[in-house]
Design a protein around this ligand. Structure first.
Ligand code: PHE
Length: 464
């Protein structure tokens, strides 16, 4: 246990710690962003590249974050300093999660707010008897409203703030333990339903038959962004959690477990959405952020339409679980910034959480309005929401990941890294040499090449 972390804030069990990290990873990134990105980037080829990046970039960087956080054991800023052998200059890396915590929560809460609104709709039985056209029209009307989506977003941020203010163990661990397995079960049932819809096989082809002619530089960048976003890596978010990890956790093994769960949930989510998209007339796989919110209620109606009480119950429980999955992720975002203010400015934890939340509500409102009143306000050709998403997932997360690789591979004393990965030689880590190679050479070079290609410095792939 690191200095400055009270007993109360160390995850009580190994399972709790891993589940909390999985809770941060599994969220709207898997169930909403993965199908959205897969749809707009052409399907199966994108998925293959995403899985490769998951294995070779995002997962090793996740383990890097674990190692840095656990070694430091205080907060991210101190963790970098301690891991570097006391070089104060590395503290600035700790600012990454602080700034990004704001950015990512602001737009993530908008989508979580949509999910909460759909939970409410399910509760008041607002879906029954609706046609696919009505679901589409309803979503557009709702998301472009100036007030309603902002209202639901504020509730999400308030709930997140409440959980963070309560403290790590009570708030996060307890929720993750119950929610994750339940969500998984529901997703499995929904996959069964979706692939049994008429015409579903076209969706399966879209998901599993790669067409590499569709791969452009922007598909590659999107796949890398999705891998980072989905695992919550590159921002130091998992560093923050790892500060609370126990010393006997096998970082490599647990990193692999979290990455596997995360990828599985994303793929299963694709298996729910795409067969349904091709089965229901009028839906397009490249519909963007609205895709999941228009498709899912249709699935419930089509599959359980003849048994209304089942449709009611199923959609209500599913949306509730979705909101909970979003909350375990949003909590980790708020935690990143709040933990910094709590530790460095010595502000009480609840106050730090409230301050960050207030700023997020403001930024989140702008993001929400970019679907309606502020549609025409653009930065580099993107609305607020898209711009924040681009900034976080396709720019800051990969750059943060790159810096972590450089830090761990070239700055940190090799003995320290070895000691963290092998728990001071008490566990056998046969993959350690491969891991070190990836962190030192493969991952940073790969990220650099992807950016260089996107910027036009090389012409490895056609521009997308
Ligand atoms: N990984 C989370 C998800 O898939 C999103 C997230 C991004 C969480 C960045 C924390 C930090 O929903």
């Amino acid at each position: 246990m690191g200095k400055g972390v009270s007993n109360k804030n160390v995850f009580a069990s190994k399972v709790g710690a891993v589940l909390a990290a999985a809770g941060s990873a599994v969220g709207l990134g898997n169930i909403w962003r993965f199908p959205t990105e897969t749809g707009t980037n052409g399907g199966a080829a994108f998925i293959l590249i995403y899985i490769l990046f998951m294995l070779l970039l995002a997962m090793p960087i996740m383990v890097a974050e674990f190692a840095i956080g656990r070694h430091g054991g205080h907060d991210v800023t101190h963790a970098f300093e301690k891991m570097s052998g006391g070089r104060r200059a590395w503290r600035w890396m700790g600012l990454l999660p602080v700034v990004c915590g704001f950015l990512v929560l602001s737009y993530y809460a908008v989508v979580a707010g949509w999910a909460l609104y759909y939970t409410y709709e399910a509760f008041i039985d607002g879906f029954s008897g609706k046609t696919p056209e009505m679901f589409t029209a309803d979503f557009v009307t709702f998301s472009s409203d100036s007030f309603k989506p902002v209202f639901w977003m504020v509730i999400v941020i308030a709930m997140t703030c409440g959980i963070v203010a309560l403290g790590v163990r009570r708030g996060i661990e307890r929720g993750a333990k119950i929610m994750m397995p339940l969500l998984f079960l529901f997703i499995l049932v929904l996959v069964g339903c979706s692939i049994s819809l008429p015409g579903a096989s076209k969706g399966l082809t879209f998901l599993f038959k790669p067409d590499f002619s569709k791969v452009t530089s922007s598909v590659i960048l999107s796949a890398m962004g999705q891998a980072f976003f989905s695992l919550s890596v590159g921002l130091g978010c998992l560093c923050t959690y790892a500060c609370y990890f126990r010393k006997d956790i096998d970082l490599m093994k647990d990193g692999f477990s979290v990455a596997s769960i995360d990828t599985l949930v994303a793929l299963l989510s694709g298996l729910i959405i795409f067969p349904a998209v091709y089965s229901i007339s009028g839906l397009q796989p490249d519909a963007g952020p609205s895709l999941v919110f228009i498709t899912l209620p249709n699935v419930f109606q089509q599959v359980f339409g003849n048994i209304p009480w089942l449709a009611y119950l199923f959609s209500l429980i599913f949306y509730l679980l979705l909101v909970m999955a979003a909350l375990t992720s949003s909590v980790s975002m708020l935690e990143m910034s709040a933990a910094y203010f709590h530790a460095n400015l010595r502000i009480p934890r609840p106050l730090a959480a409230v301050l960050v939340s207030v700023v997020c509500v403001l930024l989140g409102t702008f993001c929400s309005w970019s679907f309606g009143d502020w549609k025409d306000v653009t930065f580099f050709g993107m609305g607020f929401f898209d711009f924040f998403d681009f900034l976080v997932a396709k720019l800051i997360m990969p750059i943060g990941g790159f810096l972590m690789c450089v830090f761990l591979g070239w700055v940190v004393d090799e003995k320290v890294l070895h000691a963290e990965i092998t728990n001071h030689g008490t566990i056998n880590s046969p993959f350690y040499p491969v891991y070190r190679f990836i962190i030192r050479y493969f991952a940073p070079i790969c990220i650099f090449l992807i950016f260089a290609n996107e910027l036009g410095l090389f012409d490895l792939l056609p521009k997308g």
